[in-house]
Design a protein around this ligand. Structure first.
Ligand code: 13P
Ligand code: SF4
Length: 347
């Protein structure tokens, strides 16, 4: 891996792909702001959405956040319509918590490999076969999986929650992300039986290449999302949710930050800390063609035109609809999660 080639590619490929001209920014801002006002709506977006989406979300008074904060923002905001810009489970979480609100998404086809990896029938059987265990599921799951769970957790609070349950003497089922499950087990020493799902984005980070990168930049800090494989986590200075990684990027003294998560998190990091250098952790070894995947394809499906279409058309291909009895069941573990997060005073 040549030092100059690699680093320049990482930085420039991110920046150049995502710049909108000022005219286009002004056009989309005016159009979307006026639709949001007309419909009494607000945008709730994730840090992995495209930079122009994050820009418009913030400029129109919406939020750009991690999954926990997205859930809390949607539940506390007075708007009658939530435009959730992220993947489907995020829209569903908003609808479970706010059935009275109209929850729209730019596209309902924005899936998540973790959600897909955990089909309801198989998971229910797994839970039945291990009925002595408390079922804790990641927020990245369908409504049916949440409805089967005792608790929901996001990566911001998963370790604390399982620690709490472990202290109560509970044995745990964790689903669907096996890497996150392993990380939680290492941190808590709880008895955890893990579902075998992975995030296709984080699963691609390669420790051999990351070690090389670190040897070229020994002064760099490595920040890792816990959906990454164990050998990547072992190289991390900080492991955390997207918001925790952004916080770490600000507070750490290192002037170079290597990040193992979706590269669009750099929009926020670069905006808040322009003096630091941010590099994407490698997703391939030497001689491979893809050096920097680190890009969730489903998050990338959310476009500014999609936001306009959702607000303007308000049709079933944008609306989140959930069966009411399933929603009520899924609400119980989700509420538990929010109350638990409140008790931790996570911000
Ligand atoms: P966060 O809750 O950390 O934002 O993670 C959500 C996610 O899907 C990461 O891949
Ligand atoms: Fe799901 Fe991975 Fe995309 Fe996050 S990055 S939404 S876990 S597929």
């Amino acid at each position: 891996m040549s030092k100059d080639f690699n680093i320049n590619q990482l930085i420039y490929s991110f920046k150049s792909k995502n710049i909108l001209s000022q005219d286009k920014k002004d056009f989309y801002f005016k159009r979307i702001k006026s639709l949001l006002d007309q419909k009494n709506a607000v945008i709730v977006a994730h840090y992995y959405t495209n930079p122009e989406v994050q820009y418009i979300a913030e400029k129109t008074g919406g939020c750009v956040a991690d999954s926990l904060e997205m859930a809390r923002f949607g539940a506390s905001h007075p708007a009658v319509t939530l435009v959730v810009v992220g993947v489907k489970f995020m829209g569903e979480t908003a609808k479970i918590l706010n059935p009275e609100k109209n929850v729209l998404m730019p596209t309902l086809n924005a899936e998540c490999s973790l959600d897909i990896s955990c089909p309801e029938k198989e998971f229910s059987k797994f839970c039945d076969e291990n009925s002595d265990r408390t079922v804790v599921v990641y927020a990245n799951t369908s409504v049916a999986i949440k409805a089967r769970a005792d608790w929901v957790a996001t990566s911001s609070i998963a370790v604390e929650l399982v620690n709490h349950l472990n202290k109560l003497g509970k044995k745990i089922i964790w689903a669907p992300d096996r890497h996150l499950g392993y990380f939680i087990q290492q941190r808590t020493k709880a008895d955890i039986l893990c579902w075998n799902g992975t995030c296709i984005v984080h699963d691609e980070f390669k420790s051999k290449s990351l070690k090389k990168m670190k040897s070229m930049y020994p002064e760099a800090a490595i920040l890792v999302h816990p959906e990454s494989p164990k050998d990547i986590i072992e190289l991390a200075d900080v492991v955390g949710s997207t918001s925790q990684l952004i916080k770490a990027a600000k507070t750490l003294e290192n002037s170079i930050i290597i990040v193992a998560t979706d590269k669009r998190i750099f929009y926020k990091m670069q905006k808040d800390i322009p003096e630091k250098l941010f590099y994407i952790a490698p997703t391939s070894s030497d001689n491979a063609t893809c050096k920097i995947c680190a890009y969730c394809p489903w998050m990338g499906m959310n476009t500014l035109q999609g936001i306009i279409d959702a607000l303007k058309n308000n049709t079933i291909d944008h609306q989140i609809k959930i069966n009411e009895s399933l929603r009520k069941k899924a609400l119980i573990p989700l509420k538990r999660m929010l109350n638990f997060a409140k008790s931790l005073k996570i911000n």
